[in-house]
Design a protein around this ligand. Structure first.
Ligand code: G3H
Ligand code: ZN
Length: 277
């Protein structure tokens, strides 16, 4: 089926109290594996193109491949820009056929983040594309972006941001971090509940840094209103482990082994976030 805007799959997840995984795609094998997993589970999936893949020239090639391969699947697929670096980059993605863009202005002063996000929303919504914003820089580095311990968002910041701009999804920093957690993370669910309970239209909430979170944390996050969970590191590690598991030196055996590893972890996450037994 044709690609769908991210808002559609998150709107559908909300009444079911489930979440949709957003997996980063770095190459064709990972992309193909993720679509195989979504098809096998008959669940929607968000495919994210991140800054690492863009840096090595894959924005347009991956977008074209997603369009082609998703047209042959029977489940809703979203093509999403992860941690968009500038207004200009979000426009490049609109031209390349993305159905969702994230603009990450979390390290800017609030007013500046609002101003650029507004521009992104005006352009994206004009062509039916969903927008995700970020508030309260998430800890850890992803694809060389960010780093440090990050900082939690405050309810007042979220409230002021939502008064300034209408986004479809909002990534919030609640003690989560990119990469594998060095120690057990303490996600601030009370903060999440207070954001969800704001007396205004709250967009779908997004949890970045999904790799390495245990089942209980994921479950509570979904209960507290998280509708999209980003997973990159665990997918990449599964892919690399899969390539190493093939020892014959045959390229197709290596691809098959990597694909099997990615399909397995992706199916697990799809089921878990959809709360399927
Ligand atoms: O934007 C992507 C994610 O936040 C990935 O985080 O690598 O910790 O799974 P992760
Ligand atoms: Zn992220």
């Amino acid at each position: 089926m044709p690609l769908v805007p991210m808002k559609d799959v998150l709107d559908a997840a909300a009444p079911q109290k489930t979440a949709v995984p957003a997996f980063n795609i770095d190459n064709l094998e990972i992309l193909q594996s993720l679509l195989m997993a979504a098809e096998a589970e008959q669940l929607p999936v968000i495919l994210s193109v991140g800054q690492g893949a863009i840096r090595i020239g894959r924005l347009k090639p991956l977008a074209a491949a997603v369009h082609q391969m998703a047209s042959e699947t029977s489940v809703p697929v979203v093509l999403h820009l992860d941690h968009g670096a500038s207004f200009e980059q979000t426009i490049q993605c609109l031209r390349a056929g993305f159905t969702s863009v994230m603009y990450d202005g979390s390290r800017l002063p609030l007013e500046e983040n609002i101003a650029v996000t507004r521009q992104v929303v005006a352009a994206a919504h004009a062509v039916g594309v969903s927008v995700e914003a970020e508030l309260g820089a998430i800890g850890g580095a992803e694809d060389g972006i960010g780093g440090g311990s990050g900082g939690k968002v405050s309810v007042d910041q979220v409230s002021a941001f939502l008064d300034g701009v209408g986004v479809d999804a909002l990534a919030v920093a609640i003690g989560n971090a990119h990469g594998l957690y060095k120690e057990k993370p303490h996600l601030d669910f009370d903060l999440l509940r207070s954001i969800e309970a704001l007396p205004k239209a709250v967009p779908h909430l997004v949890l970045h840094g999904g790799s390495g979170l245990d089942e209980e944390a994921i479950d509570t996050a979904i209960d507290c209103g998280i509708r999209k969970i980003n997973v990159a590191t665990e997918i990449r590690l599964a892919y690399l482990k899969g390539t190493r598991a093939a020892t014959s030196g045959d390229i197709y055996e290596t691809i098959a082994s990597a694909r099997e590893a990615v399909v397995e972890i992706a199916r697990q996450k799809l089921r878990q976030f959809a709360r399927k037994a």
